[in-house]
Design a protein around this ligand. Sequence first.
Ligand code: ZN
Ligand code: ZN
Length: 167
Amino acid sequence: MEYVLRCNDLKCRHQLLDRAVVTTCSHVFCTRCADTTGLSRTSNSNRQCPACETQLMNPNDVVVQGLNPSEDYKTSVLSGLSPTVITEVASRGLAFYSYQASQEIIYQEHLAKSLTDKFGDLNQNMDQLIHDANSQIQLLQDRIQGTRTLPPITCGQGLTSQSSNAN
Ligand SMILES: [Zn+2]
Ligand SMILES: [Zn+2]
């Protein structure tokens, strides 16, 4: 399965399939988050990346990108540019993509670690509960054993002590 970009707002993490708002600090947002965080609304001079707080002052620091470009767009977007520029643009695009992929791995690792920690805590609590429950069961079993075996003895002792008292 091909890796799909996700909105870099950690509360959102919406999969970006159609359109995305990309920044030159290598972050990407869904159009909704770009609107709510003010990224797409504020003027160039006071735009700030919601993820890393980089000031995005140049006009192309924030761009709405169609993620499924048409054939004519693919044909024309780099046409007329020199091989040097084409290579530069392509390599920056690849750097953006690999940064996003590596951030996703870090995020997933962090998630896995916190889940493992939670699982460990739960496991420990469960062990303690089982231990406590077993102690309770043992205690109750001892009492039951006691009430089963004690009555005849206490009866007998009671009788003897009563009779000895009487004596
Ligand atoms: Zn979002
Ligand atoms: Zn950023």
